[in-house]
Design a protein around this ligand. Structure first.
Ligand code: ATP
Length: 319
């Protein structure tokens, strides 16, 4: 059983055709399909792994386009349902000249937010070796209840639960609510990944020292990861911990790097779950995941940048 099932949102980012402008200044936008959970499923499939996506899209041109993108990339889209009354989510995203990312979401509500527990394709979820999710699907009902139910089904079927909160502050009614709801399902995960920014947001402390990260550790976790951009990542297990540096690359656009990282690591873990108890094996898997994140950061967009295995191995050999 090697299937990675990823649950949550898939949407279209509209990205300016020119770099370093505000949304208002952008002369035109191009479509960039994304949504972290969908990117993770595609990251796994791009590496030759089995992946499925579970979520809801609008029964519109964009929703059908996204479902086709999953299929064209080898992801099982049998867990996708369509809403006839709501649109596929859109987001306008720009990296301004001052380095700040600016988001404008069209989710009022979008189809992904309207997934109900009854609509879940539980047969897909029950086949998962790993069930992966974020926190955007926790924001609004009825999707929140569907998300919680999906976790329960996956856990009861013996899957490992993998959680990358992927904080998007602008989508939450308040930052307090974001923190509370993100942490409300914290203890149930087996594998957790946070970025430096999320570590600070969740702990209130601006530091990546081990004692700060350990505030997020739970005795039931099998693995916790703190990603550090071009510095690679820190990892924690019950018995050992460490830092694994990344590979030196020319950074162009980090969109999707975190998704490539966790998707490729999950691929390695389903292939050999004993890596969770073996320091050498785990560090090897994390090196591979760092290389996947690094390659994704060298190209524009998320889905087009996700690497195939041979590309990853070439970067690792060269270093
Ligand atoms: P996201 O930005 O997608 O929300 P994130 O903050 O977790 O997620 P990063 O920390 O930027 O993502 O990247 C994830 C991983 O990808 C890093 O831990 C690292 O291994 C690799 N990576 C990202 N950027 C670079 C880079 N410029 N050089 C080398 N490796 C990188």
């Amino acid at each position: 059983r090697e299937l990675v099932v990823s649950f949550g949102e898939m949407l279209i980012d509209f990205v300016p055709t020119v770099a370093g402008v505000s949304l208002a200044e952008a002369p035109a936008f191009v479509k960039a399909p994304g949504g972290a959970p969908a990117n993770v499923a595609i990251a796994v499939a791009r590496l030759g792994g089995a992946a499925a996506f579970v979520g809801k899209l609008g029964d519109d041109e964009f929703g059908r386009m996204l479902a086709n993108i999953l299929r064209d990339n080898g992801v099982d889209a049998g867990g996708v349902v369509f809403d006839s009354g709501a649109r596929t989510a859109l987001a306008f995203v720009t990296l301004r000249a001052d380095g700040e990312r600016e988001f404008m979401f069209y989710r009022n509500p979008s189809a992904d937010m309207l997934l109900t527990a009854d609509e879940l394709k539980v047969d897909v979820i029950k086949r998962a070796a790993v069930f992966h999710y974020g926190s955007i699907s926790l924001i609004a009902e009825p999707c929140r209840t569907a998300h919680l139910h999906a976790m329960k089904v996956a856990k009861e079927a013996g899957a490992l639960l993998s959680y990358d909160p992927n904080l998007r502050e602008a989508l939450w009614p308040s930052l307090d609510e974001a923190r509370t709801k993100i942490l409300s399902i914290w203890d149930q995960a087996d594998i957790v990944k946070v970025s430096e920014v999320e570590l600070e947001f969740l702990t209130g402390i601006n530091s990546v020292e081990d004692d700060v990260a350990m505030k997020l550790w739970r005795p039931t976790f099998k693995l916790m990861l703190v990603t550090l951009g071009d510095q690679g990542c820190k990892y924690y297990t019950k018995d050992f911990r460490g830092t694994v540096p990344s590979y030196k690359v020319q950074q162009v656009d980090t969109t999707g790097a975190g998704d490539a990282f966790i998707g490729s690591l999950l691929r390695k873990i389903v292939q050999d779950p004993s890596a969770l108890q073996d320091k050498t094996k785990l560090e090897g898997a994390i090196k591979f995941a760092n290389a996947c994140g690094a390659i994704t950061a060298t190209k524009k967009g998320a889905i087009p940048s996700l690497p195939k295995e041979d590309e990853v191995l070439r970067l690792m050999e060269k270093a």
